[in-house]
Design a protein around this ligand. Sequence first.
Ligand SMILES: [Zn+2]
Length: 171
Amino acid sequence: MTHRSSAQPATDREIRDVATGQPLPPLLHDLAEQARAAQALAYAPYSHFPVGAALRTEDGRVFVGANVENASYGLTVCAERTAVFQAVLAGARRIKAIAICTNLSPPAAPCGMCRQTLAEFAEEAEIVLLSPSGPAQQTTLSALLPLAFRPSALITTESSSQAEDVHGAGK
Ligand SMILES: [Zn+2]
């Protein structure tokens, strides 16, 4: 998926942060709207729990994702990871922000597997949790996954070029 710029100004349909009452900044508002739209892409015939995600990479590209379930339940992949994997396959290594939309209110937080995936590529990312309507909750990975197992635990000074990408020296 490529970037789709928001056709509407942020003030047209404000999404406020539940804690501060302030409107989301324009870039996060745009991601939030795209995460809401991405819910429609979900393949969730078993859980009936559609999830949409939209992330922005360091270079400004936006990728969306949705959960893809399977009759063999364990094969299900969450929305967050489908979005992250698309970004990584397109060459991105650093994610600046991600919005995740579920039908729950207050909005659901990412599962543990997705939190660990975000620790790999989105350690510093702004994270927005939201529902199809109503306020959003802004959070961080360190709040969602304290004491995370991070790439730095494995990467040595003789790191490969791929590892350097994780540290931002690459793309
Ligand atoms: Zn997940």
